[in-house]
Design a protein around this ligand. Sequence first.
Ligand code: GTP
Ligand code: MG
Length: 601
Amino acid sequence: MSKQTILLIGPPNVGKSVIFNYLTGKNSDCANYVGTTVEYTVGDIMVGGQEYQLIDVPGTYTLEATNEAEQIAVDLLYGRGSISHSNGCHSKQQSKTEVNVAQVPKAIIVVLDAQNLERSLFLLNQIQAHQIPVIALLNRIDLLEKKGESIDVNKLMDKIKIPVIPSVAVEKEGLERVKEQLRTTVEQEPLGHDCLGGGKITEEEAWHRVEKITSEIKSKRESSVQQKETLGDKMIKPWPGIPLCLLILGLVFAFVVGVGMGLRQYILLPLFREILIPALVFIAEQIIPEGLFLQVLIGEYGLLVKGLEWPFTLVFPYVISFYIAFTIMEDSGYLPRLAVLLDGIFNKMGLPGSSIIPFLLGYGCGVPAIMASRSLSSYKERLIVTSLISLAIPCVAQSGALIFLLGERSLFVLVAVFAISLLVLVGAGMLLAKFIPGAFPSTIVEIPDLLPPKKDIIFRKVFIRMKEYIVDGAVPMMKIIAIASVVYETGVMNYISSFMRPLVTQWLQLPVEASTPLLLGVFRRELTVVPMIEMDLTLVQLFTGAVISLFYVPCIAIVATITREFNWKVALGILVVTILTAFLIGGIVARFGNMFVNVML
Ligand SMILES: Nc1nc2c(ncn2[C@@H]2O[C@H](COP(=O)(O)OP(=O)(O)OP(=O)(O)O)[C@@H](O)[C@H]2O)c(=O)[nH]1
Ligand SMILES: [Mg+2]
């Protein structure tokens, strides 16, 4: 028999995932913006000697869902959940544990936002109408106290007549009490009343009552003065917000490139090139007889040579530097401010400013980025974001490879490639906004407090993302390199390449070997770039190759995600558009890139 479930519900960005991670030991993604969790995550929790499944639910303000992520929350409450869920990381493999979400939960932990109690109580009231035992966690009280405010928790319990546990999830305060309290709650019958005093009331009356309760239990210290305009407020105004934004993004770019190059040059390259790879090659030569198998291991595309060098010395350093920078940005609460600042530009692409979050996630990996678009409110917005991520946003593996390929030859060309990608992104976005039917967005961006990122949370998140890269990025890359190695050593690669000769040599003006990255790139994005490193190409040819790789087909994992989130027709459409764009812009750069390169040199 499958285990019974306990739901963790609350408004967005209140700390549910931090609480879930503590209670289950799993790793549900948490970050300082609305809509971090877009699918539910399941973990085990022991309550009074019995095992339950705790479900981390996407945040929702009310039970009238306005996007796909919120709909998942509502479905889980009704016991209508489907069994597609995350097992605590971005891994595409599903958890093997059986999850029965098509059942009404045994209990609900409602997480209230101490800073926005009215809205939380309104949601609590709606949840209680479902006759399921509930406990409440009053989280983020530290932030309230910083503002010189406090909530009388006993008085609150008195009024809403359910157990309320005050907590500071990031400090693990109050979380042990949740397990104790759950022990009695799961045994209880539902209370049979709601927190607002019962009776059939209108929405307006409900708001009136929550405001009254809040005003009776909340107090402000006499000494607390009106807050000054904070740095967080300044960041969303054009002045000084835009210069600050350029400075921050510039610093992030410099950090990712600089730290990535440093990690490669001084740590990973010496470790792999001078120690690990020679040792493995030596061992292979000793124990494996001459022949095809040995060549596949140590030849041109050898698994023990390129199969280790590419994923671990070329891409891995940038995965580390990108995710350190990105995690600090997402935990600080800067991203929603960027969303407000860029709202005008995004509106021209038919998108709300908050789509900056899936876009920036896309610079890490397209798969979680496309999933994150679930928090957008219309199909049109999701489709535009997904198409643009697939077309013009290089993932971290590909960016790492591009930085390596071009960085040492010409920084101008490197910057030009990223600038072209941004231009195409905006241009294609404006076109899609015109042609895809649907209303234009109305933007409401919730802005959380600017918080200093916590060291241990950053460390854990970067570590998880490194692990994910090794499992979901490096290992598949090694498999493809192994296949490429076999295909190369047996001469099949040459045979296939001959079919692509006219396209590659005449239209793109590249040597015929450049068909290899185009073939491998179907499987993984960075493989459209890395083989070019081994070729003797002119700067214009590198420019052409980089631009093609940028727009060329998204990798197999992304195509699978698009098919799952939309359907195969959308995936096919995106494939066709990306291939055509890549060859079109690649051909143009092959012809006119010379002019640019000459001017810059
Ligand atoms: N200061 C403070 N920050 C907290 C507390 N709890 C969570 N946070 C921070 O609040 C942000 C949001 O936390 P999450 O756990 O992602 O919130 P969530 O409710 O799961 O958000 P969604 O998935 O978007 O609904 C993160 O930056 C956390 O570090 C708390 O008690 N105090
Ligand atoms: Mg969450």
